[in-house]
Write a protein that binds this ligand. Structure first.
Ligand SMILES: Nc1nc2c(ncn2[C@@H]2O[C@H](COP(=O)(O)OP(=O)(O)OP(=O)(O)O)[C@@H](O)[C@H]2O)c(=O)[nH]1
Length: 434
Protein backbone atom coordinates (compact mmCIF):
# COMPACT_ATOMS: atom_id res chain seq x y z
CA UNK A 1 0.00 0.00 0.00
CA UNK A 2 3.02 2.29 0.43
CA UNK A 3 3.24 3.03 -3.29
CA UNK A 4 -0.47 3.90 -3.41
CA UNK A 5 -0.02 6.18 -0.43
CA UNK A 6 2.97 7.99 -1.92
CA UNK A 7 1.19 8.19 -5.29
CA UNK A 8 -1.89 9.77 -3.73
CA UNK A 9 0.29 12.16 -1.77
CA UNK A 10 1.84 13.32 -5.03
CA UNK A 11 -1.69 13.93 -6.39
CA UNK A 12 -2.50 15.99 -3.29
CA UNK A 13 0.75 17.89 -3.66
CA UNK A 14 -0.27 18.75 -7.22
CA UNK A 15 -3.61 20.04 -5.98
CA UNK A 16 -1.92 22.14 -3.31
CA UNK A 17 0.53 23.63 -5.81
CA UNK A 18 -2.14 24.44 -8.37
CA UNK A 19 -2.86 28.07 -9.14
CA UNK A 20 -6.27 28.49 -10.73
CA UNK A 21 -7.62 24.96 -11.03
CA UNK A 22 -9.02 25.50 -14.51
CA UNK A 23 -9.83 22.63 -16.88
CA UNK A 24 -6.19 22.25 -17.85
CA UNK A 25 -4.89 22.01 -14.29
CA UNK A 26 -7.69 19.72 -13.15
CA UNK A 27 -7.12 17.45 -16.17
CA UNK A 28 -3.47 17.15 -15.31
CA UNK A 29 -4.31 16.28 -11.67
CA UNK A 30 -6.81 13.67 -12.82
CA UNK A 31 -4.26 12.16 -15.19
CA UNK A 32 -1.83 11.82 -12.28
CA UNK A 33 -4.58 10.20 -10.19
CA UNK A 34 -5.38 7.78 -13.01
CA UNK A 35 -1.72 6.82 -13.28
CA UNK A 36 -1.54 6.15 -9.52
CA UNK A 37 -4.75 4.10 -9.43
CA UNK A 38 -3.91 2.04 -12.50
CA UNK A 39 -0.52 1.27 -10.96
CA UNK A 40 -2.38 0.01 -7.87
CA UNK A 41 -4.25 -2.32 -10.24
CA UNK A 42 -7.63 -0.58 -9.97
CA UNK A 43 -9.81 -1.64 -12.90
CA UNK A 44 -9.62 0.75 -15.89
CA UNK A 45 -13.38 1.17 -16.07
CA UNK A 46 -13.56 2.14 -12.39
CA UNK A 47 -10.71 4.60 -12.85
CA UNK A 48 -12.47 6.33 -15.73
CA UNK A 49 -15.80 6.44 -13.96
CA UNK A 50 -14.11 8.00 -10.96
CA UNK A 51 -12.30 10.58 -13.11
CA UNK A 52 -15.51 11.67 -14.80
CA UNK A 53 -17.35 11.95 -11.49
CA UNK A 54 -14.60 14.09 -9.95
CA UNK A 55 -14.56 16.48 -12.91
CA UNK A 56 -18.33 16.76 -13.07
CA UNK A 57 -18.67 17.39 -9.35
CA UNK A 58 -15.83 19.90 -9.24
CA UNK A 59 -16.98 22.05 -12.12
CA UNK A 60 -20.63 22.03 -11.10
CA UNK A 61 -20.13 22.74 -7.43
CA UNK A 62 -20.18 26.28 -6.10
CA UNK A 63 -17.26 27.11 -3.86
CA UNK A 64 -18.81 27.72 -0.43
CA UNK A 65 -17.73 30.84 1.46
CA UNK A 66 -14.70 30.19 3.64
CA UNK A 67 -13.42 27.42 1.35
CA UNK A 68 -10.95 27.49 -1.51
CA UNK A 69 -11.20 25.67 -4.84
CA UNK A 70 -8.38 23.44 -3.61
CA UNK A 71 -10.36 22.51 -0.48
CA UNK A 72 -13.32 21.54 -2.63
CA UNK A 73 -11.22 19.43 -4.99
CA UNK A 74 -9.51 17.62 -2.10
CA UNK A 75 -12.90 16.88 -0.51
CA UNK A 76 -14.25 15.52 -3.80
CA UNK A 77 -11.12 13.36 -4.26
CA UNK A 78 -11.56 12.03 -0.74
CA UNK A 79 -15.28 11.30 -1.23
CA UNK A 80 -14.71 9.52 -4.53
CA UNK A 81 -11.86 7.38 -3.19
CA UNK A 82 -14.03 6.39 -0.23
CA UNK A 83 -16.83 5.49 -2.60
CA UNK A 84 -14.39 3.50 -4.80
CA UNK A 85 -13.62 1.39 -1.72
CA UNK A 86 -17.28 0.79 -0.95
CA UNK A 87 -17.89 3.76 1.35
CA UNK A 88 -21.67 4.06 1.10
CA UNK A 89 -22.01 0.35 1.60
CA UNK A 90 -19.75 0.07 4.63
CA UNK A 91 -21.06 -0.87 8.06
CA UNK A 92 -19.13 -2.10 11.08
CA UNK A 93 -18.98 -5.88 11.43
CA UNK A 94 -21.49 -7.07 14.01
CA UNK A 95 -22.80 -10.47 14.99
CA UNK A 96 -26.48 -11.40 15.13
CA UNK A 97 -28.23 -13.74 17.54
CA UNK A 98 -26.20 -16.47 19.20
CA UNK A 99 -25.22 -19.16 18.35
CA UNK A 100 -23.54 -17.58 15.36
CA UNK A 101 -21.87 -19.60 12.63
CA UNK A 102 -19.28 -18.06 10.32
CA UNK A 103 -17.95 -19.98 7.35
CA UNK A 104 -14.70 -18.90 5.70
CA UNK A 105 -14.25 -19.64 2.02
CA UNK A 106 -11.58 -18.78 -0.53
CA UNK A 107 -9.07 -20.23 -2.91
CA UNK A 108 -5.86 -21.94 -1.89
CA UNK A 109 -3.31 -19.78 -0.16
CA UNK A 110 -5.59 -16.77 0.19
CA UNK A 111 -4.93 -16.76 3.92
CA UNK A 112 -8.10 -18.44 5.19
CA UNK A 113 -6.55 -20.40 8.05
CA UNK A 114 -4.60 -17.39 9.31
CA UNK A 115 -7.73 -15.23 8.96
CA UNK A 116 -9.86 -17.77 10.85
CA UNK A 117 -7.46 -17.46 13.78
CA UNK A 118 -7.22 -13.67 13.52
CA UNK A 119 -11.00 -13.37 13.49
CA UNK A 120 -11.30 -15.76 16.45
CA UNK A 121 -8.87 -13.62 18.43
CA UNK A 122 -10.67 -10.42 17.45
CA UNK A 123 -14.06 -11.79 18.50
CA UNK A 124 -12.68 -13.32 21.70
CA UNK A 125 -11.28 -9.91 22.61
CA UNK A 126 -14.73 -8.51 21.99
CA UNK A 127 -16.16 -10.80 24.65
CA UNK A 128 -17.43 -13.77 22.65
CA UNK A 129 -16.87 -17.41 23.41
CA UNK A 130 -15.32 -18.58 20.13
CA UNK A 131 -14.60 -22.00 18.63
CA UNK A 132 -12.59 -22.89 15.53
CA UNK A 133 -13.49 -25.85 13.31
CA UNK A 134 -10.95 -27.26 10.84
CA UNK A 135 -12.90 -28.44 7.79
CA UNK A 136 -10.04 -28.28 5.29
CA UNK A 137 -9.50 -31.96 4.55
CA UNK A 138 -7.23 -31.37 1.55
CA UNK A 139 -4.19 -29.39 2.62
CA UNK A 140 -1.84 -31.51 4.73
CA UNK A 141 -1.01 -29.52 7.81
CA UNK A 142 -4.15 -27.36 7.77
CA UNK A 143 -5.50 -29.25 10.80
CA UNK A 144 -2.32 -28.83 12.89
CA UNK A 145 -1.94 -25.22 11.80
CA UNK A 146 -5.41 -24.28 13.04
CA UNK A 147 -5.10 -26.38 16.19
CA UNK A 148 -1.87 -24.65 17.14
CA UNK A 149 -3.37 -21.23 16.44
CA UNK A 150 -6.43 -22.06 18.56
CA UNK A 151 -4.20 -23.05 21.47
CA UNK A 152 -2.16 -19.90 21.07
CA UNK A 153 -5.24 -17.67 21.18
CA UNK A 154 -6.95 -19.73 23.85
CA UNK A 155 -10.16 -20.64 22.03
CA UNK A 156 -11.91 -24.00 21.61
CA UNK A 157 -11.02 -26.16 18.64
CA UNK A 158 -12.49 -29.11 16.79
CA UNK A 159 -11.04 -31.16 13.97
CA UNK A 160 -10.75 -34.78 12.88
CA UNK A 161 -7.69 -35.56 10.76
CA UNK A 162 -9.00 -39.08 10.05
CA UNK A 163 -12.29 -37.90 8.55
CA UNK A 164 -12.35 -36.84 4.90
CA UNK A 165 -15.94 -35.55 4.88
CA UNK A 166 -16.00 -31.82 5.70
CA UNK A 167 -19.80 -31.76 6.18
CA UNK A 168 -19.56 -34.44 8.88
CA UNK A 169 -16.66 -32.62 10.55
CA UNK A 170 -18.65 -29.39 10.69
CA UNK A 171 -21.81 -31.05 12.03
CA UNK A 172 -19.86 -32.95 14.65
CA UNK A 173 -17.74 -29.89 15.45
CA UNK A 174 -20.74 -27.65 16.11
CA UNK A 175 -22.23 -30.28 18.43
CA UNK A 176 -19.01 -30.86 20.38
CA UNK A 177 -18.12 -27.18 20.72
CA UNK A 178 -21.67 -26.24 21.67
CA UNK A 179 -21.24 -28.62 24.59
CA UNK A 180 -18.20 -26.60 25.62
CA UNK A 181 -20.20 -23.37 25.68
CA UNK A 182 -19.05 -21.94 22.34
CA UNK A 183 -21.29 -19.17 20.97
CA UNK A 184 -19.45 -18.21 17.79
CA UNK A 185 -18.27 -20.94 15.42
CA UNK A 186 -15.64 -20.13 12.81
CA UNK A 187 -15.31 -22.79 10.14
CA UNK A 188 -12.15 -22.96 8.03
CA UNK A 189 -12.86 -24.71 4.72
CA UNK A 190 -10.55 -26.05 2.04
CA UNK A 191 -9.13 -23.93 -0.76
CA UNK A 192 -7.23 -26.62 -2.58
CA UNK A 193 -9.19 -28.90 -4.91
CA UNK A 194 -8.60 -30.70 -8.15
CA UNK A 195 -10.57 -27.97 -9.91
CA UNK A 196 -12.81 -24.99 -9.30
CA UNK A 197 -16.01 -26.96 -9.89
CA UNK A 198 -15.29 -29.42 -7.08
CA UNK A 199 -14.24 -26.60 -4.73
CA UNK A 200 -17.51 -24.77 -5.36
CA UNK A 201 -19.48 -27.96 -4.94
CA UNK A 202 -17.95 -28.59 -1.51
CA UNK A 203 -18.58 -24.99 -0.46
CA UNK A 204 -22.25 -25.28 -1.54
CA UNK A 205 -22.68 -28.57 0.29
CA UNK A 206 -21.28 -27.27 3.58
CA UNK A 207 -23.38 -24.14 3.20
CA UNK A 208 -26.61 -26.10 2.62
CA UNK A 209 -26.03 -28.39 5.62
CA UNK A 210 -24.70 -25.80 8.02
CA UNK A 211 -26.77 -22.76 6.98
CA UNK A 212 -24.17 -20.39 8.44
CA UNK A 213 -25.16 -16.90 9.60
CA UNK A 214 -22.30 -15.36 7.64
CA UNK A 215 -20.08 -16.50 4.79
CA UNK A 216 -16.79 -14.65 4.61
CA UNK A 217 -14.72 -14.83 1.47
CA UNK A 218 -10.98 -14.48 2.03
CA UNK A 219 -9.02 -12.97 -0.87
CA UNK A 220 -5.37 -12.15 -1.32
CA UNK A 221 -4.57 -8.48 -2.07
CA UNK A 222 -1.56 -9.41 -4.19
CA UNK A 223 -4.04 -10.65 -6.80
CA UNK A 224 -5.22 -7.08 -7.32
CA UNK A 225 -8.33 -6.61 -9.43
CA UNK A 226 -8.31 -10.39 -10.11
CA UNK A 227 -10.15 -10.91 -6.82
CA UNK A 228 -13.37 -9.63 -8.41
CA UNK A 229 -13.58 -12.87 -10.39
CA UNK A 230 -13.28 -14.91 -7.17
CA UNK A 231 -15.94 -12.82 -5.47
CA UNK A 232 -18.32 -13.29 -8.38
CA UNK A 233 -17.65 -17.05 -8.61
CA UNK A 234 -18.28 -17.63 -4.88
CA UNK A 235 -21.30 -15.32 -4.89
CA UNK A 236 -22.92 -17.50 -7.52
CA UNK A 237 -22.73 -20.48 -5.18
CA UNK A 238 -23.33 -19.07 -1.70
CA UNK A 239 -24.70 -15.81 -0.35
CA UNK A 240 -21.51 -13.95 0.56
CA UNK A 241 -21.89 -11.78 3.60
CA UNK A 242 -18.45 -10.25 3.83
CA UNK A 243 -14.93 -10.29 2.44
CA UNK A 244 -11.56 -10.16 4.14
CA UNK A 245 -8.70 -8.85 2.03
CA UNK A 246 -5.40 -10.29 3.29
CA UNK A 247 -1.75 -9.42 2.66
CA UNK A 248 -2.41 -5.70 2.23
CA UNK A 249 0.97 -5.14 3.82
CA UNK A 250 3.52 -4.68 1.13
CA UNK A 251 1.11 -5.36 -1.71
CA UNK A 252 1.21 -2.71 -4.42
CA UNK A 253 -2.10 -4.03 -5.72
CA UNK A 254 -4.14 -3.58 -2.52
CA UNK A 255 -6.09 -0.65 -3.96
CA UNK A 256 -7.08 -2.79 -6.92
CA UNK A 257 -8.23 -5.66 -4.69
CA UNK A 258 -10.26 -3.44 -2.34
CA UNK A 259 -11.98 -1.56 -5.17
CA UNK A 260 -12.62 -4.80 -7.09
CA UNK A 261 -14.42 -6.28 -4.08
CA UNK A 262 -16.45 -3.09 -3.58
CA UNK A 263 -17.45 -3.07 -7.26
CA UNK A 264 -19.10 -6.50 -6.88
CA UNK A 265 -21.29 -5.09 -4.10
CA UNK A 266 -19.63 -7.28 -1.45
CA UNK A 267 -18.53 -5.64 1.79
CA UNK A 268 -14.96 -5.71 2.98
CA UNK A 269 -15.28 -6.31 6.72
CA UNK A 270 -11.63 -6.77 7.70
CA UNK A 271 -8.17 -6.44 6.25
CA UNK A 272 -5.08 -8.51 6.97
CA UNK A 273 -1.94 -6.45 7.28
CA UNK A 274 0.70 -9.03 8.20
CA UNK A 275 1.38 -12.60 9.23
CA UNK A 276 0.95 -12.02 12.95
CA UNK A 277 -2.40 -12.59 14.67
CA UNK A 278 -2.73 -8.94 15.57
CA UNK A 279 -2.17 -7.79 11.99
CA UNK A 280 -5.89 -7.61 11.40
CA UNK A 281 -8.29 -4.70 11.52
CA UNK A 282 -11.89 -3.81 10.88
CA UNK A 283 -12.10 -2.07 7.52
CA UNK A 284 -13.53 1.43 7.50
CA UNK A 285 -13.18 3.03 4.04
CA UNK A 286 -13.45 6.55 5.51
CA UNK A 287 -10.61 6.06 7.97
CA UNK A 288 -8.61 4.03 5.47
CA UNK A 289 -8.67 6.76 2.79
CA UNK A 290 -7.98 9.46 5.37
CA UNK A 291 -4.92 7.46 6.46
CA UNK A 292 -3.81 6.96 2.87
CA UNK A 293 -4.06 10.68 2.20
CA UNK A 294 -2.21 11.61 5.39
CA UNK A 295 -4.51 12.69 8.16
CA UNK A 296 -3.39 15.89 9.93
CA UNK A 297 -4.53 18.71 7.63
CA UNK A 298 -7.18 16.57 5.94
CA UNK A 299 -8.91 15.95 9.25
CA UNK A 300 -9.45 19.66 9.84
CA UNK A 301 -10.73 20.15 6.30
CA UNK A 302 -13.17 17.24 6.59
CA UNK A 303 -14.48 18.62 9.88
CA UNK A 304 -15.04 22.00 8.22
CA UNK A 305 -17.00 20.35 5.40
CA UNK A 306 -18.99 18.34 7.89
CA UNK A 307 -19.98 21.53 9.71
CA UNK A 308 -20.95 23.06 6.37
CA UNK A 309 -23.10 20.05 5.48
CA UNK A 310 -24.80 20.20 8.85
CA UNK A 311 -25.52 23.89 8.39
CA UNK A 312 -26.88 23.27 4.91
CA UNK A 313 -29.14 20.55 6.25
CA UNK A 314 -30.31 22.79 9.07
CA UNK A 315 -31.07 25.58 6.61
CA UNK A 316 -32.98 23.24 4.34
CA UNK A 317 -34.96 22.03 7.34
CA UNK A 318 -35.76 25.59 8.43
CA UNK A 319 -36.63 26.65 4.90
CA UNK A 320 -38.98 23.68 4.56
CA UNK A 321 -40.71 24.80 7.74
CA UNK A 322 -41.08 28.33 6.34
CA UNK A 323 -38.49 29.82 8.69
CA UNK A 324 -35.92 32.35 7.62
CA UNK A 325 -32.53 32.49 9.26
CA UNK A 326 -30.13 35.37 9.78
CA UNK A 327 -28.01 33.71 7.12
CA UNK A 328 -30.87 34.15 4.62
CA UNK A 329 -31.21 37.76 5.74
CA UNK A 330 -27.50 38.35 5.25
CA UNK A 331 -27.61 36.86 1.76
CA UNK A 332 -30.65 38.93 0.84
CA UNK A 333 -28.97 42.14 2.02
CA UNK A 334 -25.82 41.32 0.06
CA UNK A 335 -27.97 40.74 -3.04
CA UNK A 336 -29.59 44.16 -2.57
CA UNK A 337 -26.13 45.72 -2.19
CA UNK A 338 -25.01 44.08 -5.43
CA UNK A 339 -27.71 46.00 -7.31
CA UNK A 340 -26.03 49.30 -6.35
CA UNK A 341 -27.24 52.26 -4.26
CA UNK A 342 -30.93 52.05 -3.35
CA UNK A 343 -31.68 55.38 -4.95
CA UNK A 344 -30.22 54.11 -8.23
CA UNK A 345 -32.36 51.01 -8.01
CA UNK A 346 -35.49 53.07 -7.52
CA UNK A 347 -34.46 55.43 -10.29
CA UNK A 348 -34.24 52.51 -12.64
CA UNK A 349 -37.73 51.55 -11.60
CA UNK A 350 -39.10 55.01 -12.42
CA UNK A 351 -37.47 57.23 -9.80
CA UNK A 352 -38.37 57.91 -6.20
CA UNK A 353 -40.27 61.00 -5.15
CA UNK A 354 -37.79 63.71 -4.07
CA UNK A 355 -39.00 63.52 -0.44
CA UNK A 356 -37.98 59.85 -0.11
CA UNK A 357 -34.39 60.47 -1.16
CA UNK A 358 -33.09 61.49 2.27
CA UNK A 359 -34.67 58.55 4.04
CA UNK A 360 -33.28 56.23 1.39
CA UNK A 361 -29.77 57.31 2.24
CA UNK A 362 -30.57 56.53 5.85
CA UNK A 363 -31.77 53.10 4.77
CA UNK A 364 -28.56 52.63 2.84
CA UNK A 365 -26.47 53.24 5.94
CA UNK A 366 -28.71 50.95 7.92
CA UNK A 367 -28.15 48.12 5.44
CA UNK A 368 -24.39 48.60 5.67
CA UNK A 369 -24.60 48.48 9.44
CA UNK A 370 -26.70 45.31 9.38
CA UNK A 371 -24.29 43.63 7.00
CA UNK A 372 -21.38 44.58 9.27
CA UNK A 373 -23.19 43.10 12.29
CA UNK A 374 -24.12 39.93 10.40
CA UNK A 375 -20.56 39.59 9.12
CA UNK A 376 -19.30 39.51 12.69
CA UNK A 377 -21.51 36.60 13.59
CA UNK A 378 -20.39 32.99 13.31
CA UNK A 379 -22.25 30.57 11.04
CA UNK A 380 -23.72 28.95 14.14
CA UNK A 381 -25.02 32.29 15.43
CA UNK A 382 -26.56 33.07 12.05
CA UNK A 383 -28.43 29.79 12.08
CA UNK A 384 -29.29 29.77 15.79
CA UNK A 385 -29.60 33.40 16.91
CA UNK A 386 -31.11 32.25 20.21
CA UNK A 387 -27.58 31.45 21.39
CA UNK A 388 -26.55 35.11 21.12
CA UNK A 389 -26.27 36.21 24.73
CA UNK A 390 -24.94 39.43 26.20
CA UNK A 391 -21.28 38.45 25.87
CA UNK A 392 -21.71 37.35 22.26
CA UNK A 393 -23.50 40.65 21.55
CA UNK A 394 -20.54 42.57 22.95
CA UNK A 395 -18.15 40.59 20.77
CA UNK A 396 -20.30 41.09 17.66
CA UNK A 397 -20.67 44.83 18.33
CA UNK A 398 -16.93 45.22 18.79
CA UNK A 399 -16.18 43.20 15.67
CA UNK A 400 -18.58 45.21 13.52
CA UNK A 401 -17.77 48.67 14.89
CA UNK A 402 -21.34 49.04 16.16
CA UNK A 403 -22.96 49.05 19.58
CA UNK A 404 -24.71 46.36 21.58
CA UNK A 405 -27.90 48.37 21.00
CA UNK A 406 -27.45 48.04 17.24
CA UNK A 407 -27.03 44.28 17.55
CA UNK A 408 -30.13 44.09 19.74
CA UNK A 409 -32.12 46.16 17.26
CA UNK A 410 -31.17 43.86 14.42
CA UNK A 411 -32.20 40.82 16.42
CA UNK A 412 -35.53 42.47 17.29
CA UNK A 413 -36.22 43.32 13.65
CA UNK A 414 -35.35 39.76 12.73
CA UNK A 415 -37.83 38.44 15.31
CA UNK A 416 -40.52 40.68 13.80
CA UNK A 417 -39.64 39.46 10.32
CA UNK A 418 -39.84 35.87 11.47
CA UNK A 419 -43.31 36.46 12.88
CA UNK A 420 -44.50 37.91 9.60
CA UNK A 421 -42.96 35.02 7.68
CA UNK A 422 -44.63 32.54 9.98
CA UNK A 423 -48.01 34.19 9.42
CA UNK A 424 -47.52 34.15 5.65
CA UNK A 425 -46.44 30.51 5.81
CA UNK A 426 -49.43 29.51 7.97
CA UNK A 427 -51.96 31.26 5.76
CA UNK A 428 -50.35 29.70 2.68
CA UNK A 429 -50.67 26.26 4.26
CA UNK A 430 -54.31 26.99 5.11
CA UNK A 431 -54.99 28.04 1.53
CA UNK A 432 -53.23 24.97 0.20
CA UNK A 433 -55.34 22.90 2.58
CA UNK A 434 -52.52 21.30 4.61
N1 LIG B 1 2.02 -10.76 4.80
C1 LIG B 1 0.89 -11.39 5.09
N2 LIG B 1 0.83 -12.72 4.99
C2 LIG B 1 -0.35 -13.32 5.28
C3 LIG B 1 -1.51 -12.61 5.65
N3 LIG B 1 -2.50 -13.50 5.85
C4 LIG B 1 -1.99 -14.71 5.60
N4 LIG B 1 -0.67 -14.63 5.26
C5 LIG B 1 0.26 -15.70 4.90
O1 LIG B 1 -0.21 -16.35 3.72
C6 LIG B 1 0.15 -17.71 3.73
C7 LIG B 1 -1.08 -18.58 3.45
O2 LIG B 1 -1.95 -18.44 4.53
P1 LIG B 1 -2.91 -19.61 5.05
O3 LIG B 1 -3.73 -19.03 6.11
O4 LIG B 1 -2.11 -20.82 5.37
O5 LIG B 1 -3.71 -19.88 3.72
P2 LIG B 1 -5.04 -20.74 3.40
O6 LIG B 1 -5.92 -19.88 2.59
O7 LIG B 1 -5.59 -21.31 4.64
O8 LIG B 1 -4.49 -21.85 2.49
P3 LIG B 1 -5.29 -23.18 1.95
O9 LIG B 1 -5.54 -23.99 3.19
O10 LIG B 1 -4.31 -23.82 1.04
O11 LIG B 1 -6.51 -22.72 1.33
C8 LIG B 1 0.78 -17.96 5.07
O12 LIG B 1 2.17 -17.95 4.94
C9 LIG B 1 0.35 -16.80 5.94
O13 LIG B 1 1.27 -16.47 6.94
C10 LIG B 1 -1.41 -11.17 5.72
O14 LIG B 1 -2.35 -10.43 6.01
N5 LIG B 1 -0.19 -10.61 5.42
Amino acid sequence: MESLRSGLLSVLEKVKNSVILDTKEVDSIIRELQRVLLKADVDVRLVFELSEKIKKKFFSREIPPGFSKRDVLIKILYDELVSLLGGENATPYTLGRMPYKIMLVGIEGSGKTTTAAKLAKYLKENGYSVGLIAADTYRPGAYEQLQQLATKIGVSFYGDPQCKDPVRIVEEGVKVLEGRGVQVFIIDTAGRHKDEVSLMQEVSEIYEKLKPDDVILVVDATQGKGVAKQAIAFKEKVPLGHVVVTKLDGSAKGGGALSAVASTGAKVAFIGTGEKLDDFEAFDPYKFVARLLGMPDLEGLLRKFQALEEHEKERARLAAAGKITLLDLKEQLLEIKKLGPLSKVLEMLGGPPIAVKGSLEGGEKEIDKWIAVLNSMTEEELLKPEIIDRSRMTRIARGSGTTVRDVKRLLESYTQMKKIMRQIYRSRRRIQGF
